[in-house]
Design a protein around this ligand. Structure first.
Ligand code: SF4
Ligand code: SF4
Length: 319
């Protein structure tokens, strides 16, 4: 019978692989407000999302970053740009971080007050990771809402006109439209590049594939359709041991809008915060304790989405 216990699976390979190593990337989730309400969203983001990171929590993160220069900052949401403190946070962080990545849904460029956002990104030389699950209008609108494709194309063209995709990094994040694994990243990248260029003249740097984790709205969909078990089995049966040393949680910490620490965005969505030795939830103030103690990573069934096939992470496939 198939072993669906992720922790045991990893420990059978090497128990060190389930421990945190060094902090390379700090991923900060600024809240769950979003101008979209996508079907697959694993953080339940939507226009009415009210979990918004305060300036107080941002200040604590900046203090940490100042003490630990050279970290990559990965800013996400919801739609991070809709947090009122977003730009100030980036402006403080850019003094001490080696790279700042922002995960943008592109359509936010057309919200009120965001008119000069693309130019601001260019001035700051921010790495942009844009979500676009397909190069066809039909599939994008089905997953992300009517009109999303058209706005996304317009936004990508705007970014290209500012040098993104050429002098500045512009990656596209892809996730499958349902309960299947992404096709090989290199092949998909070729398809996306060909189609987006041929039809719209759009260029970008890398396509990053992300396997859907069975969490949030996607989990609800699986349960409602009686497909949860089948999907977990698909992930587990495609387990790739070569991926294990590279899982992102070995070098990343995720912080939620309240300043609570997680091993990754998925654990945040699953409600599995990092805890100290006595079981107390760790927060941004405790980050030093966590990074120096090489703690064990908290795992669950959804972790199989990171190790299936070519692997999956917030920066795409892992091999
Ligand atoms: S998937 Fe991204 S763009 Fe869609 S609702 Fe969630 S946070 Fe917003
Ligand atoms: S889901 Fe998170 S904790 Fe689990 S393997 Fe992936 S990155 Fe690590």
């Amino acid at each position: 019978m198939m072993n669906c216990n992720f922790k045991e699976t990893i420990k059978d390979i090497n128990s060190d692989y389930i421990r945190f190593t060094n902090l390379k990337t700090l991923q900060v989730n600024l809240g769950n407000t979003c101008n979209q309400r996508c079907r697959h969203c694993h953080v339940y983001a939507e226009p009415g999302g009210s979990n918004i990171m305060s300036v107080n929590v941002m200040e604590k993160i900046i203090l940490f970053l100042e003490k630990h220069p050279g970290i990559i900052l990965d800013v996400t949401g919801g739609c991070p740009e809709l947090n009122p403190g977003f730009r100030l946070f980036i402006e403080y962080a850019e003094r001490v971080c080696t790279e700042i990545m922002v995960r943008t849904n592109l359509t936010v460029f057309y919200e009120n007050g965001m008119e000069r956002l693309p130019e601001w990104y260019r001035e700051k030389r921010i790495t942009l990771i844009a979500s676009l699950p397909c190069y066809t209008e039909k599939n994008v609108n089905k997953q992300r809402g009517n009109g999303v494709f058209e706005k996304s194309i317009k936004a990508l063209k705007k970014l290209n006109s500012l040098g993104y995709g050429k002098d500045l990094p512009l990656d596209i994040m892809y996730n499958p439209a349902g309960e299947f694994l992404p096709a090989p990243q290199k092949k998909l990248e070729k398809d996306f590049k060909k189609n987006l260029f041929k039809k719209y003249g759009i260029i970008f740097n890398k396509l990053l594939t992300l396997t859907n984790a069975p969490l949030g709205r996607f989990k609800n969909y699986l349960i409602l359709n009686g497909k949860m078990e089948q999907y977990i089995r698909l992930l587990a049966s495609n387990f790739n041991s070569r991926i294990v040393p590279h899982i992102m949680c070995r070098s990343l910490i995720n912080i939620d809008w309240q300043g609570i620490l997680y091993n990754c965005d998925f654990n945040q969505a699953a409600g599995l915060p990092i805890r100290d030795k006595i079981g107390k939830i760790m927060e941004v103030e405790n980050m030093d304790d966590f990074i120096y103690n090489k703690n064990e990573i908290i795992t669950a069934e959804h972790c199989y989405s990171c190790t299936a096939g070519e692997g999956s992470s917030c920066i795409g496939a892992l091999i």
